[in-house]
Write a protein that binds this ligand. Structure first.
Ligand code: NAP
Length: 309
């Protein structure tokens, strides 16, 4: 029987693990299929407090895990397949094995949003990708034109990173101004290798017949005009979808699938707490996720203490 099970090892999950471990609760921390979470796929994180030179995303997550383990957190590679939250102790099925928990902290984060095109799906990993840091250096993209879709910080970060390898990076955005922060916007638009393509949507990825990306069909949303941008890769950076499917029908979710927190880190099920991007569509920062993880662990500790556990 676990006192605290934390689902997810992003900034939220691992910070919750540090706090729960330091409260002598020896939390079991389940990684899911992306240990370290989405931050492991970024390059330099420049806005996490305490790192004036920035820190590599993977390195940051490795340090958080070590810090949690130092105080007794048990980090286990495993995917939660189902949860029974109808009675306590709660039961989770983890890779086929049952795990019982007095409390649960949900820190499952969010995954990449897809454009939803059939050609995008068929050419996934054949030139279509959702992570420049993971795939940008592949030989197939070297000295080639590349396309990034999106107008937020992620799209700017991806486009800027890809200028190291690409001959040119087209930044296709559906409006005529970026949503990204001012500093990222300025940096991106000042980069001579990045060519913005405003008011436009990718309507098809070419070429399914050749089984590789050779270009994208782009529609100007103001004029309706269509054109083809030749490219060797499509990097989709249009935001995220919360990983909350497991909890649908049991934990209260909003219309976009984000968990609705009650009184801080609590949920509608007593003993189940939430932290990070799976419940935050507003801030979505590493440091806010970490703060939410801290709050969730403190709430879980108080919940158990109130039951004299
Ligand atoms: P985001 O801020 O939600 O931006 C998503 C972008 O994709 C928007 O420009 C949106 O267009 C566009 N978009 C959404 N759905 C689309 C669709 N179906 N087709 C075409 N375009 C679509 O997401 P994000 O850039 O991933 O950033 C998420 C959070 O992480 C933000 O809070 C951001 O500040 C943070 N972040 C920070 C950093 C950093 O500080 N270094 C780096 C990455 C991310 P509209 O603008 O028209 O809505």
């Amino acid at each position: 029987m676990e006192k605290v099970v934390i689902i997810g090892t992003g900034c939220a999950g691992l910070t919750a693990a540090i706090y729960a471990a330091r409260a002598n609760l020896a939390p079991l921390v389940l990684t899911g299929n992306m240990p370290g979470g989405l931050l492991t796929t970024t390059s330099i994180v420049e806005n996490f407090p305490g790192f004036p030179e920035g820190i590599d995303g993977y390195e940051l997550m490795t340090r958080l895990q070590k810090q949690a383990e130092r105080f007794g957190a048990k980090v286990k590679f495993g995917t939660v397949e189902s949860v029974d939250l109808s009675r306590r102790p709660f039961t989770l099925s983890v890779d086929g094995d049952p795990v019982q928990a007095e409390t649960i902290i949900i820190a499952t984060g969010a995954g990449h949003r897809h454009l939803g095109l059939e050609s995008e799906h068929l050419l996934d990993k054949k030139g279509v990708t959702y992570c420049a840091t993971c795939d940008g250096a592949l030989p197939m993209f070297r000295n080639q034109p590349l396309v990034v879709v999106g107008g937020g910080d992620s799209a700017c970060e991806e486009a800027t990173y890809l200028t190291r390898f690409a001959s040119v990076v087209y930044l296709v955005h559906r409006r005529d101004s970026l949503r990204a922060s001012k500093i990222m916007t300025e940096r991106t638009l000042a980069n001579p290798k990045i060519k913005p393509v405003w008011d436009s949507a990718v309507t098809e990825v070419l070429d399914v017949q050749q089984d590789k990306v050779t270009g994208v069909r782009v529609k100007n949303l103001k004029t309706g005009a269509e054109s083809v941008l030749d490219c060797a890769g499509l990097f989709v950076a249009i935001g995220h979808v919360p990983n909350t499917q497991l909890f649908r029908g049991v934990i209260d979710l909003d219309e976009n699938g984000y968990i609705i927190p009650k009184q801080g880190a609590a949920t509608n099920v007593p003993g189940v707490f939430v932290a990070g991007d799976c419940s935050d569509h507003v801030y979505r920062q590493a440091v806010t996720a970490a703060g939410m993880g801290c709050a969730a662990a403190i709430e879980a500790e108080r919940f158990l203490a109130a039951e004299n556990q």
